[in-house]
Ligand binder design. Structure first.
Ligand code: SF4
Ligand code: SF4
Length: 299
């Protein structure tokens, strides 16, 4: 391999964030993380690099290949600022030097918890924070990698795909279809319990499905969490905790750990399934009591 080939430059900006997506990146599979560091030039990350300061970066003429942004954006200086500038000002200056802009996590994508809970109406995700003129240098629509946090493999897969193929088909919410066309429900080890309507008695058990009482949003949430596992071994639902729909536009919602029902029927049924179809199937499934599914797996 020609070692003189220039690696694409990555700049990682942190706006209003808890750092969760940075932590997630650092928990990527070690071989994949090494491949990432060998294939890209991570020129700036506020807590992972030391060679260059953000101020220097803002003054430099140099082009950025991939600008990754973690956290929500505000133009309210009283609320949050970096180097005496608002996150909105810093973002706009960096975007004008960049080819690709990637929102890392739900806060950068849509505003996330900050937009929902802070007493400040001026908090946005990237798309809302930028005008057409701000994104004139981009060669691709903004990519939203939603998740709270985002799965590390989603970051790496997106970067490698854009590096190789220069484009990634996106869904109507700006998320890569390759990742977000699946539902968190796909591949969950509790699918059989879901089909036979066997409820989990509480969190953390091996048995039962969390859809009926614990608010699991796996059947309505676009993500491949149960296909590309977390830390290569597990997911929330496999471990016995409900999917809270962290990749969706309406995250975070209220009362996330309970299933809202009306006369015992869930208010929301699996995506694309009519309430009538759901009720018919659930009614039939409930009439059969499968002993195996109502027993402990390991006795
Ligand atoms: S626990 Fe959630 S993701 Fe798993 S089968 Fe039940 S509804 Fe689907
Ligand atoms: S299982 Fe659901 S809540 Fe958990 S990371 Fe995946 S999409 Fe988010």
């Amino acid at each position: 391999m020609n070692s003189k080939i220039k690696k694409p430059k990555i700049v990682w900006l942190q706006a209003i964030t808890c750092n969760g997506n940075t932590h997630s990146l650092l928990s990527a599979n070690a071989n994949r993380l090494k491949l990432f560091l060998d294939s890209f030039d991570l020129v700036y990350h506020p807590s992972l690099t030391t060679d260059i300061l953000l101020d220097d970066l803002l003054e430099k003429e140099e082009e950025i290949d991939f600008l990754l942004v973690e956290g929500a954006i505000t133009s309210n200086k009283e609320f949050f600022q970096i180097s005496d500038q608002t996150t909105s000002e810093v973002l706009k200056k960096l975007v004008l030097k960049s080819k690709y802009l990637i929102a890392v996590g739900s806060c950068a994508s849509y505003g996330g918890v900050h937009k929902k809970f802070e007493q400040n109406s001026d908090i946005f995700g990237l798309e809302e924070a930028l005008d057409k003129k701000d994104i004139s240098s981009l060669v691709h629509p903004i990519v939203n990698l939603t998740g709270c946090p985002v799965h590390p493999e989603w970051i790496l897969q997106t970067l490698f795909s854009l590096k190789e193929y220069k484009q990634m088909p996106l869904d109507e919410k700006g998320r890569p279809k390759e990742i977000y066309s699946y539902l968190a429900h796909h591949g969950c080890t509790r699918n059989e319990y879901f089909e036979w309507k066997v409820e989990a008695k509480s969190f953390g058990l091996k048995e039962g499905c969390l859809f009926y009482g614990q608010g699991c949003r796996g059947p309505m949430t676009h993500s491949n969490c149960n296909k590309i596992l977390w830390n290569d071994v597990n997911t929330k639902t496999r471990a016995g905790m409900p999917c809270i729909g962290c990749t969706e536009f309406d995250f975070p919602r209220n009362n996330m750990l309970e299933t809202k029902k009306n006369i015992g029927i869930p208010d929301e049924v699996p995506l694309g399934v009519s309430k009538r179809a759901y009720l018919s199937l659930a009614g039939v499934a409930k009439t059969f009591k499968i002993d195996r599914l109502n027993e402990k797996i390991i006795k």
